[in-house]
Design a protein around this ligand. Structure first.
Ligand code: MG
Length: 261
């Protein structure tokens, strides 16, 4: 082997060693960075709470009674910021796309069901004063808020309400509120800009003890027995939408503040 060949072989081996060494140097910090990144993500309230909210909206979270303490600011920012309005608007778009393709028979029996709280009416002014769902539900103070009848409309739902009426749907309001709150509820709906609904269903004595899914399914079934065809159903709780006598399409509005079984 002459001198130049030996030099060439040494050079090739040096390059290979250098490459392997540099790779091992690069990989180590990358692995470390990845571990750090994962730890940072789980420590970050914004990312944790966004993921928690995802499980709430998909109904993966199941029954829960209060929002995580670390998510109070996140939920407050969401409810008061543009994101809640934007999410609601996208639900509105999907609802309208479906509604415009429903063939209206013209016999006054094509219906759309709306929940009221966090669907037609927004109780954000109340929850803003009560930790956005971080405490347990206080029935007494909430009933006092209902009596005020000053909850504003959810803008996306107000628009959907009138678009549906224009298309020829009959509007059935189905709420977990009780009969003794009928007057305040009607007053609040008118205050918020709603008018001319077909019927307003509230819990009466026969509904005591029923969970929301059972109560609302029963009322939808009664409406169907009266001849209504329930094409769409809008609500912020899965219990507004699941069960029997379901609408052809159900539309879930966002609500990370509370859960009703
Ligand atoms: Mg509701």
């Amino acid at each position: 082997m002459d001198y130049s060949t030996r030099i060439f072989i040494i050079l090739v081996i040096s390059i290979q060693i250098s490459h392997i060494y540099s790779q091992s140097i690069i990989q180590t910090p990358l692995e470390n960075n990845r571990k750090t990144l994962i730890r940072d993500i789980t420590d970050d309230d914004e990312i944790f709470c966004n993921s928690w909210k995802f499980t709430v909206e998909t109904n993966d979270a199941g029954i829960w009674s209060r929002i995580p303490k670390r998510c109070v600011k996140f939920v407050g920012d969401y409810m008061l910021g543009i994101r809640y309005a934007s999410d609601s608007d996208r639900v509105l778009d999907s609802s309208l796309s479906f509604a415009r393709n429903v063939k209206i028979a013209g016999d006054g029996k094509d219906a759309w069901v709306f929940d009221i709280d966090e669907t037609l009416l927004s109780n954000v002014p109340y929850y803003q004063l009560h930790g956005f769902g971080s405490g347990l539900f206080d029935e007494k103070s909430f009933d006092e808020w209902v009596d005020l009848a000053e909850a504003p409309a959810l803008p996306a739902s107000l628009k959907l309400f009138y678009e549906l009426k224009h298309l020829g749907f009959k509007i059935i309001l189905l709420t977990g509120r009780s009969e003794f709150q009928r007057g305040a509820t009607e007053k609040n709906l008118l205050f918020a800009g709603y008018d001319d609904w077909e019927k307003l269903c509230l819990r009466d004595d026969s509904d005591i003890g029923k969970n929301a899914t059972l109560y609302k399914s029963g009322r939808r079934q009664l409406a169907e027995e009266e001849g209504y065809r329930i094409h769409g159903n809008s609500g912020d709780q899965w219990s507004d939408l699941l069960g029997f006598a379901r609408a052809t399409r159900s539309f879930k509005l966002p609500n990370p503040m509370y859960y009703i079984a």
